[in-house]
Design a binder for this molecule. Structure first.
Ligand code: ATP
Length: 306
């Protein structure tokens, strides 16, 4: 075996509750992650040294040095396995870059699975997730997929029983938003408002909607504590959210730290209608239609590779 390809999904946060800043500098979070059918593909091939190449929209915005999260994942696993990290990592990006959909985390999760397979490390999956958590809070969920509550920094996961298929429209913006900048703006807005920061807790109505497969109820319960901060840094997102809701979405939120906006539609035809309305409104760069929930990182069998 000379190369391994792993497909890994994007995430949207159905709920993102942001608590106080902890002594280690991270915020205490409750996040309901949901994996959707926008994918990156990560291929690792034996090589003379660790190199990264990237293809796809906005590939130029993705670093190809050792700061790339996939490269960091390769180096971390190589170190744990006492293995040389010499692989060519090729990223085929279908997840918007710096879009609040955990693209970098997804690539890290995929790189761990791909290299462990290539090197026949036989590392248990929960151990790979623990390694992933060292690289970023969203990495373990990218590996797990489905729908799950994340607590702590977001890295401690519990699967949420979910029925039904959820149809999503994503409005992609020009340029990204820096996740640390959005958290910083959230802190600044809270300090200016002077209100106490509540302890983050999972939304019972959201969990009930997922258990029942109740799409309108889910649409009505989507929440994101980072939304005001993302809009404060990118005021045009307000018009994007308004356009999606006017176009018939059952709910709309900024995805994670933004600037991608996520809209829940009643069904597949409804998603196409919302996407058309968003495109006509001129309030976003482009749209993507996707569905959830989908599984996490998985090796693509060689015969299915394009
Ligand atoms: P999150 O939702 O986890 O906060 P995001 O989806 O907003 O993240 P990413 O696509 O992960 O954002 O990119 C954030 C930054 O990380 C990019 O601007 C880029 O410089 C850097 N980065 C490092 N590795 C990667 C990677 N493999 N893919 C994309 N960006 C990467």
């Amino acid at each position: 075996m000379n190369s391994v390809t792993v497909q890994v999904p994007a995430k949207v946060n159905l709920q993102l509750a942001v608590g106080a800043v902890r002594p280690d500098g991270y915020h205490e979070l409750v996040s309901v992650f949901h994996a959707v059918s926008l994918y990156d593909e990560v291929t690792v091939t034996r090589a003379d040294e660790l190199v990264v190449t990237v293809e796809g929209e906005n590939a130029d915005d993705v670093p190809v040095d050792r700061s790339n999260l996939a490269a960091r994942a390769v180096a971390l696993l190589a170190d744990r396995l006492g293995q040389s990290p010499d692989v060519h990592v090729h990223l085929r990006k279908g997840i918007p870059v710096a879009g609040g959909m955990a693209g970098g985390s997804a690539d890290a999760a995929a790189a761990l699975v791909a290299c462990d397979t290539l090197w026949r490390g036989n590392t248990p999956r929960d151990m790979l997730r623990r390694l992933g958590a060292e690289l970023g809070s969203d990495v373990p969920f990218s590996d797990l997929g489905g729908t799950a509550i994340g607590t702590g920094r977001g890295e401690r996961l519990a699967a949420v029983p979910t029925v039904g298929v959820y149809h999503w429209v994503f409005a992609l913006a020009d340029g990204g938003l820096s996740t640390p900048a959005v958290y910083g703006e959230c802190d600044r807005l809270r300090e200016a408002a002077g209100t106490p920061v509540p302890d983050p807790a999972p939304s019972e109505s959201l969990i009930a909607a997922l258990r029942a497969g109740d799409v309108p109820a889910l649409g009505a319960t989507l929440t994101n504590d980072l939304q005001d901060a993302a809009i404060s840094l990118r005021p045009s997102l307000r018009a994007t959210l308004d356009a999606g809701l006017a176009g018939g979405a059952l709910g709309g939120i900024v995805s994670g730290s933004g600037p991608t906006c996520a809209f829940l539609a009643a069904d597949e035809a409804g998603a196409r209608t919302v996407a058309r309305a968003l495109a006509a409104s001129g309030t976003c760069r482009t749209t993507r239609v996707a569905f959830g929930q989908v599984g996490g990182a998985r090796v693509v069998p060689q015969r299915l590779r394009s």
